[in-house]
Design a protein around this ligand. Structure first.
Ligand SMILES: *Cc1c(COP(=O)(O)O)cnc(C)c1O
Length: 365
């Protein structure tokens, strides 16, 4: 029986292998493994691809969230509002900046932060909002930027799942004060290990992040702020420049597969994820909410289709985050945690596999 794996990075690497070999060989020949031209080149190319002025490579997406928040001026004791329907690194990054995360519920349709609940979450300690463009769909940035402007809050977009997503013609990562990207291997643009970047249109903010990632040094051997070590490896930067050449075509292939799944879902009672009004979903994950999730997963499994759950717990349902401050109920996030299922969707899926998934979903739902 044909089996459709949820994700198969070996196909991804095989398709890129000659380009990756050349890129890695270039770095090995050069003999410089931290910083250098490949890092600067990738930062330039990534910013350009997004239409932003600056990208600063860091060691992970979690670090990118921390450093972006510190660079926009978040202080220990500040409150940072985010959504309960996200994965742990969003909250880990916020806490590492010294701030206290405050959880707000998700909206049922977009599955991202519910903008109508933002106002009620504000206190005099609120300093920033971290919207998460979860699964590759932008949160309601008009509403979020409106609240932020009205109350003088910073906005750091969590774009770890949103490479290539747009909102009313603007790229995810270019709308807030700064944005955090992850290049974890499974993301829409992935390294061969951990990597991340902070993106911003503000030159002094970019300089701040560049200092924070390297011991707080604006000048070599002169630490002006408390920094740490969160640099982007040269080898990973070279790998990422290879990925970036294909990133737009990968996004289109993801969207083509999503359109095929949406056709199949239209013949079922389930609703398909969709583009936000005036924007493009980047389909990092293809997530459907199904009341009888376990049964659907089992039937798809029997048909050879591997599925996963993103995520089985909302943030406050993790033992360590049970007591995190929250504003209002988090029922929608809890409902999503109990009902969501992710179908296989990656550019290297064969058309025959896409058809197999679509048929299996139609039959099972
Ligand atoms: C992957 C991810 C992160 C963290 O990225 P790492 O590179 O793994 O640290 C943060 N937020 C979201 C929504 C993610 O999916």
């Amino acid at each position: 029986m044909t089996r459709v794996p949820f994700l198969d990075l070996s196909r991804h690497v095989a398709a890129l292998r000659p380009e990756l070999d050349a890129a890695l060989a270039g770095v090995l020949d050069d003999g410089r493994f931290v910083g250098g031209e490949p890092v600067e080149r990738f930062e330039r190319e990534f910013a350009e691809w997004l239409g932003a002025s600056h990208a600063v490579g860091v060691a992970s997406g979690t670090d990118a969230i921390e450093l972006a928040l510190r660079a926009v001026g978040i202080q220990p004791g500040d409150e940072v509002i985010t959504v309960a329907n996200t994965c742990v690194p969003t909250v880990a990054g916020i806490e590492r900046s010294g701030a206290s995360p405050v959880l707000v519920d998700a909206d049922a349709e977009s599955m991202t932060i519910d903008p109508e609940r933002l106002a009620a979450a504000l206190t005099e300690r609120t300093a920033a909002i971290v919207p998460v463009h979860l699964y590759g769909r932008c949160a309601d940035m008009d509403a979020i930027l409106g609240v932020a402007a009205e109350h003088g809050l910073k906005v750091v977009e969590d774009c770890a799942q949103a490479h290539g997503a747009t909102w009313r013609g603007r790229a995810a990562g270019t709308m807030g004060d700064a944005a955090a990207f992850s290049f974890y291997p499974t993301k829409n643009v992935g390294a061969l290990g951990d990597a991340g970047a902070v993106v911003t249109n503000d030159a002094s903010l970019a300089a701040e992040v560049a200092a924070l990632r390297s011991y707080g040094e604006f000048e070599r051997y002169e630490s002006a702020r408390r920094g740490s070590n969160s640099r982007l490896d040269t080898l990973q930067a070279a790998v990422l420049s290879v990925g970036l050449r294909h990133a737009s075509e990968w996004r289109e292939r993801r969207r083509e597969i999503a359109a095929r799944y949406a056709e199949a879902l239209a013949e079922t009672p389930l609703s398909a994820p969709s583009d936000p009004d005036g924007g493009l979903h980047a389909y990092h994950l293809y997530v459907v909410s199904v009341p009888d999730r376990d049964r659907l997963r089992e039937e798809l499994g029997t048909a050879g289709v591997e599925t996963l759950v993103h995520y089985p717990r909302a943030i406050h349902q993790h033992p360590v985050y049970r007591d995190l401050p929250r504003s209002g109920t988090l029922f929608e996030s809890e409902r999503l945690a109990a009902t969501v299922v992710s179908l296989p969707l990656y550019p290297e899926l064969e058309d025959s596999e896409v058809e197999l998934v679509a048929d299996a979903v139609r039959a099972a739902a």
